[in-house]
Design a protein around this ligand. Structure first.
Ligand code: SF4
Ligand code: SF4
Length: 119
């Protein structure tokens, strides 16, 4: 399956994010169509994950694959020239980090990699 730019589309919703299925984490953009001017920057920029499709008739992006969105990423929101993209507050991410004990897991992962390199 390809989007209107001819890019391959994959469903990443079953992949794991720190042991949790991505589709169980409510982190993704929503578009305020009252503000959106249809510039396409969000659609084109999210080229790796392909969260957006393009509605040809309305000339606007659609959040077609919300669970492809990288947890914690807000690039499209930052780039949107008219602030038409919304995300949950970062407290959502902080809570998730705590609940999944991610600080500890990250520490352990780096220590393991470093110790493997040091022999
Ligand atoms: S936040 Fe990042 S991964 Fe998610 S839709 Fe925007 S650009 Fe794509
Ligand atoms: S970057 Fe913003 S204005 Fe441009 S298409 Fe996306 S949501 Fe609409």
């Amino acid at each position: 399956m390809k989007d209107v730019l001819g890019r391959e589309i994959k469903d990443l919703s079953e992949e794991l994010w720190w042991t949790v299925k991505r589709k169980e984490i409510e982190w993704y953009p929503t578009i305020n169509y009252e503000k959106c001017i249809g510039c396409g920057i969000c659609f084109i920029t999210c080229g790796g994950k392909k969260v957006f499709d393009w509605d040809i008739e309305k000339n606007r992006p659609i959040v077609a694959r919300p669970f492809n969105c990288m947890v914690g990423c807000t690039t499209c929101k930052t780039l949107c020239p008219v602030d038409a993209i919304l995300f949950p507050d970062k407290t959502f991410i902080r809570k998730l980090i705590k609940e999944l004990n991610i600080l500890q897991k990250a520490k352990e992962r780096i220590e393991k990699a470093v110790s493997a390199q040091n022999g």
